[in-house]
Design a protein around this ligand. Structure first.
Ligand code: SF4
Ligand code: SF4
Length: 177
């Protein structure tokens, strides 16, 4: 590994994000990887390894690996970590950074974000389902304030990111390195 690929500020950038403050306390016990529901199916996706790569400042290698999107956010790693490190939140911080800096996200996440912008809901309910709700005597779905959602997207710069971000379908598992 060449020293040019190490970003000494990276760990601190991540530590400034909510939930990721305790990354420096990881002592590499491996409990998170042993219990992770995804780690057994991926050569790259090992929470212990991700925590170490953050500590070492391997920003480019982390942000260019699509396997980051495999995390299910099940929080098993968080519940079991003896050091109180929230790997799940660290992965969320890495994903946010990937979207912001690389303008890249899985197609399904892009679709969810567009749906929220259009309707306030992650899932666009088809007319047939709405009619079925009515027929079953269920109340109408609560109305979302989509103007407020649009303002939020605009104020955070996410509208522009959403428009320009490249999307991809398949997460390829890569050999560990
Ligand atoms: S369980 Fe916690 S301390 Fe152990 S490797 Fe994972 S993040 Fe680090
Ligand atoms: S939250 Fe993500 S990293 Fe943690 S155990 Fe679940 S799938 Fe693995």
């Amino acid at each position: 590994m060449s020293i040019e690929r190490v970003d000494p500020k990276f760990k601190h950038e991540i530590m400034n994000m909510p939930g990721a403050e305790r990354i420096h306390l990881c002592f590499q016990c491996g409990t998170c990887t042993a219990d992770c529901v995804i780690a057994r199916f991926s050569d790259f996706y090992k929470p212990r390894k991700i925590a170490r790569m953050v500590q070492l400042g391997l920003k480019e290698r982390l942000l260019s690996n699509d396997d980051l999107w495999l995390c299910t956010t099940c929080f098993t790693c968080v519940d079991h970590c003896p050091q109180g490190v929230e790997v799940s939140s660290i992965v969320r911080a890495l994903r946010n950074m990937t979207v912001r800096e690389k303008r890249r996200m899985p197609r399904v996440f892009k679709a969810f974000a567009s749906n929220i912008l259009k309707s306030g809901y992650v899932y666009l309910m088809p007319e047939s389902r709405l009619k079925r709700r009515e027929a079953e005597g269920l109340p109408p779905l609560p109305k979302s304030k989509i103007e407020d959602v649009a303002k939020l997207f605009e104020a955070t710069g996410f509208s522009e990111i959403l428009e320009s971000a490249e999307s991809f379908d398949k997460v390829e598992t890569k050999a560990g390195d």
